[in-house]
Design a binder for this molecule. Sequence first.
Ligand SMILES: Cc1ncc(COP(=O)(O)O)c(C=O)c1O
Length: 415
Amino acid sequence: MRRFLGRRWMSASAVGWWDNVGLAPKDPLLSVTEAFIADANPNNINLGVGAFRDDEGKPLVLQCVRDAEARIAGAEYLESISRQGTLKLVEESVKLAYGENSDVVKEGSFAGVQAISGTGACRLFAEFQRRFQPESRIYLPVPTWSNHHNIWRDAQVPQRTFQYYNLASKGLHFSALMDDVKNAPNHSFFLLHPCAHNPTGIDPTEEQWREISYLFKVKNHFPFFDMAYQGFASGDLEKDAQAIRIFLDDGHLIGCAQSFSKTMGLYGQRVGCLSVLCVDKNQATAVKSQLQQIARAMYGNPPAHGALLVSTILGDPGLKSLWVKEAKVMSDRIMKMRAALRDNLERLGSAFNWEHITNQVGMFCYSGLNPEQIDRLGNEFHIYMPNDGRISMAGVTTGNVDYLANAIHEVTKSG
Ligand SMILES: Cc1ncc(COP(=O)(O)O)c(C=O)c1O
């Protein structure tokens, strides 16, 4: 039996398989980009984009990446799974996270695997958590990168939240955070952003990290750090790893997801690393074998090209110092745009306090604009951002910051 369905003939056996499939909810950020693309106005601005853009609004390919590309051109890595590349990537990534001279790195008491960027590193860890701590939950900050919820949901790890952002102060709600850490059952998993928190741009101070780490010890909690922006908060790789180092000094076992998407401008290459600290080398070997097995069933092996670029850069002192300089240029541009936006708003005589624009760090500014104001920015000024008011500072340029400040001033005038 054949039936004419849609635009072609199909066998009866082809009918009905996917009739139960509805449209998946759209990622809110995708809608922002779509609205921006559909708007041909020359003043339009996309403040949703989560990747670095230069002062012309263009994607930036770093010189260190270009140089690394030239070095690996013609190498025999295209066919093979680059085992060496993977090992080197992991070795260099853990040095960035835990410190070149840290004992864990020297002793090798960590399980480290190349991951499909930061997202893949989180997903691998979530799966590992469910398998080996099946009774556990994950505590996520409110707010957090929205995909954290999807990742741990798909790994079937129950989720709880802990307070992070204080709407009134537009800063960290430290006392509420500590209360939630205290009130969580002992031995819980917590996801922490070590620097440049997405979406708020608000990080705990060094002293607050020490207090959090101390409480984690008391409560026997497990810290999982998702580090997608090392170097973007302060422009200094070491400083941005400070939270991890504090937890390390306090003797915690730590999980850490690292991404090179933003910090090396390699979004399309999906290069990342997952590391899990262990009590000794033997445990590390066992944990690593399990992580590799999980990855094997999900996607086999990670791709080689991006990993080779990153390991070439990190493994060569000249290229690495070029990267450090370029990362600083990127973070400086973002800081400059923060200062310019705040300055403009203050010069326009805005009745509001915009200090948070420069107090926050990293790529995002949690502006405090409400959905109605955000709608007006889109409809009247062709400026697009997600509904939570998160501004990607990478979308702000010398050429559009005056226009943006004027528009924000206009939509916030009436309260
Ligand atoms: C906090 C956080 N973690 C992970 C990621 C994912 O990064 P990647 O593109 O490297 O998967 C992002 C990206 O926006 C992020 O903001």
